[in-house]
Design a protein around this ligand. Structure first.
Ligand code: CA
Length: 247
């Protein structure tokens, strides 16, 4: 086993820092985030209102955008909508407590995910890495099918044999339940809309009741969650869809 050799070549690889465009008007957040993200190895560029966000976006060509919802001059939603018309750059919306209705709209206008203030740096960076795992230019048609990532959050899937293990014990999932879990686990930390999930699991020509999806999620939870009534692995994003949160 030549582990040391492969480690060495990995270290020798030169990696450029990813650029994060931070759109935020509260100075205390700007300072804390700039420091924290730089510490995580990101290069941070800052815009302090919506109009400036569009300018800095055009100049800096960022790899990811952290976009505050409430901004002077132009709202975060409008900025998101405008950028989405020209780019598929990952966008994470930052909302304040009580703006939950807006988060639904945020995902509808093309944000990849959202975090709610106050959040922990660790949580934010985990979300950022999750959306960055998708290569730029991906859209819903290129969702990961979970071939590589088959072990997460205590769940292990064996796609070849269609066997599933939960915290070490085998559980028996029906075909569609297995497929649904596989799509969710293949896109950890990412909100998948109901339409996308139905399309992926039942096919784009599916015309049945969309309640079918909820029934399958409910059954999946009884199989994989420690407490199905307060799920930790499959999170419901009300009015939008579901997200796999295992780490
Ligand atoms: Ca703000």
């Amino acid at each position: 086993m030549s582990k040391s050799k492969s480690k060495r070549s990995k270290e020798a690889r030169v990696e450029e820092a990813l650029i994060v465009l931070l759109v935020e008007d509260e100075e205390s957040f700007v300072e804390a985030l700039s420091l924290g993200l730089a510490h995580e190895g990101f290069k941070v560029v800052v815009a302090r209102d919506g109009a400036e966000a569009l300018e800095v976006f055009a100049e800096s060509n960022p790899d990811l955008i952290l976009l505050d919802m409430m901004l002077p001059k132009m709202s975060g939603l409008d900025v998101c909508r405008t950028i989405r018309n020209q780019s598929s750059v990952p966008i994470i919306m930052v909302t304040a407590k009580g703006e939950e209705i807006d988060t639904v709209v945020a995902l509808e206008v093309g944000a990849d995910d959202y975090v709610t203030k106050p959040y922990r740096m660790r949580e934010l960076v985990a979300r950022m890495r999750a959306v960055l795992r998708r290569s730029p230019g991906d859209d819903d048609a290129d969702l990961d099918v979970g071939e590589e990532l088959t072990e997460l959050g205590g769940i292990r899937l064996e796609p070849e044999t269609r066997r599933a293990f939960v915290r070490g014990d085998e559980v028996h999932l029906r075909r569609k339940e297995f497929e649904l879990l596989r799509v969710l686990m293949g896109n950890p930390g990412r909100v998948l809309t109901r339409d996308v999930l139905i399309d992926r699991v039942w096919g784009s020509d599916y015309v049945g009741d969309t309640k079918t999806l909820d029934v399958h999620i409910k059954r999946l939870r009884t199989q994989i969650e420690e407490e199905p009534h307060s799920p930790k692995l499959i999170t419901t994003i009300r009015g939008v869809g579901y997200r796999f949160d295992g780490t």
